[in-house]
Design a protein around this ligand. Structure first.
Ligand SMILES: [Ca+2]
Ligand SMILES: [Ca+2]
Length: 221
């Protein structure tokens, strides 16, 4: 019979063996935890950053005009959200503050998917400025006081001189600015029509991106 109380039993682990078994748990759980976190992060990234339809909730008219929004990718960069076309050939993108107000937004539209933006739209959700881009320059712009109202008029400055030249609406009507007044344009097709000034018809023709009005008799003299 053993009388030494400090003699270890052959079946019981020594102090170093117990320490090793205690260390095994954290060493095992660390890679398991890391792999789990990595898997969750990868799945979350895949779901969050894969192309989605970001045109939901918009009017049918806007959805048709922004086809690329139906399959686009979103990224959050600082305080802004950027939505870009998933097709790398299409240079369409939309940028807006993430919180608390999503307006104003800036949108680039590459309508023909050639890699160059054709339209720049700045909107606060009601009012909108649309700039037409060609040859790497702004060619004209349009202002809509209520872009989402079908009966609201919009105004075009076709020569970028700071003065509106054409009014679209209300409804299907169209007017040209002549002698500092809006004159309704009566269309005759083929980029031609006429306006009435003091009861007389003046031919109007769309030439080189703007409307040209036949001068009045007084102006001819
Ligand atoms: Ca383009
Ligand atoms: Ca003008």
């Amino acid at each position: 019979m053993t009388t030494n109380p400090y003699e270890a039993s052959p079946a019981s682990p020594g102090p170093s063996q117990t320490r090793r078994s205690r260390l095994k748990s954290p060493l095992l759980w660390f890679p398991v935890g890391f792999l789990t976190a990595w898997t969750i992060w990868t799945i979350w990234n895949y779901v969050a950053y894969s192309p989605k339809d970001y045109s939901r909730g918009l009017s049918e008219e806007v959805r048709e005009a922004s086809e690329w929004l139906k399959n686009a990718k979103a990224r959050r960069v600082g305080q802004f959200t950027i939505i870009a076309a998933s097709d790398p050939k299409t240079a369409s993108a939309k940028i807006y503050p993430t919180k608390p107000n999503h307006k104003p937004s800036v949108e680039y539209e590459d309508t023909d998917s050639d890699g160059d933006a054709d339209l720049l739209v700045v909107s606060d959700g009601k009012r909108a400025f649309s700039f037409a881009i060609a040859d790497e320059a702004f060619q004209s712009y349009s202002f809509s006081p209520d872009a989402f109202s079908p009966n609201e008029a919009s105004y075009d400055d076709l020569d970028m001189d700071g003065h509106f030249d054409v009014r679209w609406g209300p409804g299907r009507r169209m007017a040209l600015m002549v002698d500092a007044e809006w004159r309704e344009l009566i269309p005759e097709g083929g980029g031609k029509g006429y306006v009435e000034i003091d009861g007389k018809r003046h031919a109007a023709e769309y030439v080189n991106g703007n409307w040209r009005i036949e001068p009045t008799a007084d102006a001819k003299d």
